[in-house]
Design a protein around this ligand. Sequence first.
Ligand SMILES: Nc1ncnc2c1ncn2[C@@H]1O[C@H](COP(=O)(O)OP(=O)(O)O)[C@@H](O)[C@H]1O
Ligand SMILES: [Mg+2]
Length: 268
Amino acid sequence: MTNNTSTQPPLIDCSRVGKTWVDAQGAAVVALNNVDLQVARGEFVVLLGPSGCGKSTLLYMIAGLESVSEGSIRCGGAEVSQPGTDRGFVFQEASLYPWLTVAENVAFGLKMQGMSKEQRLKRAQSILQNVGLADAADKRPDQLSGGMRQRVAMARALALNPEALLLDEPFAALDVQTRAKMQDFLIRIWRQTGVSMIFVTHHIDEAVALADRVVVFTARPGGIKEIIPIDLPRPRDPKSPLFHQLSDHLIDLLRDEVDRAFAEQEVG
Ligand SMILES: Nc1ncnc2c1ncn2[C@@H]1O[C@H](COP(=O)(O)OP(=O)(O)O)[C@@H](O)[C@H]1O
Ligand SMILES: [Mg+2]
């Protein structure tokens, strides 16, 4: 379901976005420079780049969790200045409340929307059903596997009916087999809901498995090096020659950037 039609306005529009952090010594650190990126409604975009290139920084700014230093970010035409229910967020480690049940975790954000407790739990049950976790509703997070916890985190974000789901290396802590399952799961959720996905990873194979378009970042200061469309039919076969060709191309694009990032880390 590639949806790159340029006739419709983009859901997310990053225009000349820059971010300068101030480090503990008070020195300015330019993390991102001049990022132009549009994400269409229903599109699956992957942000790929070496560690420290500003992927999380960009995602946090789109989420409204951090301010932009330069440029602007719009969602649905409106300037992003704070978090909103139109943008769900999934962190690398499922940040669930350990003292709440799975259903209560999923229902948590709905409280802010003024739903009654009964309505909230009903909505949570229905989302958990959709993501195949109905049986886990009364469990606590520490009774679940890492993969299941991340599914709960996605269910929690989806409960608010967002237009975009922002995912920051959500499968990084999982083993290879579980990660592959989670990628299939995420594609299924994407197709069911039609939300736009902005997914951060540093795994090339994960990018090719998931994306409509892969946004390749340069090393710090981060910017967009190239945007690569992935025109492979789904479900995708990681053993197919075309999959390999695209992965090889991304490896070539990233190699210089990883070398640069590594050299900088050794110096500094
Ligand atoms: N809160 C912060 N304060 C100061 N510097 C930060 C902060 N967050 C990130 N940075 C710096 O910004 C750069 C980009 O970081 P980040 O967005 O986390 O990269 P990535 O997610 O691609 O690994 C790094 O140099 C990092 O040290
Ligand atoms: Mg990061």
